[in-house]
Design a protein around this ligand. Structure first.
Ligand SMILES: [Cu+2]
Length: 162
């Protein structure tokens, strides 16, 4: 009887730990990144920011984010509603400037590479997605589209948390 109880306890522990391990992505404990973290369920966004991804071929650098810069207060939780209103596939990736540069180099070598990260979305024309995010670290970061040629074509902006 005692043995069965211990075994049952062992099973409960195992099942309660497994989902947490699955959720934690490698290198980002609890999803915490330099740029912040996915909002906890208990943290409701205080505002929605619409971010539009599109092209404007009248410009020298035709790949466009609207707005072109984002500013948040430290510890703010926001809902980013990201819409691709262009004719090409685009991405929205929030990270440090260095991480984005590294990631961009990788994507230039492996254009088929897809990210499955909470800080990024890739959208086909007409698609929308949302990211609910807590900016719990201050600093100067960047949002960018890392598809080959798009960053060089103007598709990045500064993301400031202070
Ligand atoms: Cu793009």
């Amino acid at each position: 009887m005692k043995k069965t109880a211990l075994l049952a306890m062992g099973l409960t522990l195992a099942t309660s730990i497994a989902p947490a391990l699955l959720l934690a992505s490698p290198g980002h404990e609890n999803g915490q990144m330099a740029v912040g973290m996915p909002a906890m369920h208990s943290q409701k966004p205080t505002r929605t920011i619409n971010v539009i991804l599109r092209e404007d071929y009248d410009r020298d650098r035709p790949f466009v984010f609207e707005p072109s810069d984002l500013t948040f207060a430290k510890d703010e939780t926001v809902r980013l509603l990201i819409s691709n209103e262009g004719d090409e596939t685009h991405e929205f990736v929030m990270d440090t400037i260095d991480e984005n540069a590294e990631h961009r180099e990788l994507m230039a070598k492996f254009p088929e590479m897809e990210h499955d990260d909470p800080n990024a979305v890739r959208l086909d024309p007409g698609e929308k997605a949302e990211i609910v995010w807590t900016f719990n670290k201050s600093g100067t970061f960047e949002f960018a589209c890392l598809l080959p040629g798009h960053y060089e074509g103007g598709m990045y902006g500064s993301l400031i948390v202070d």
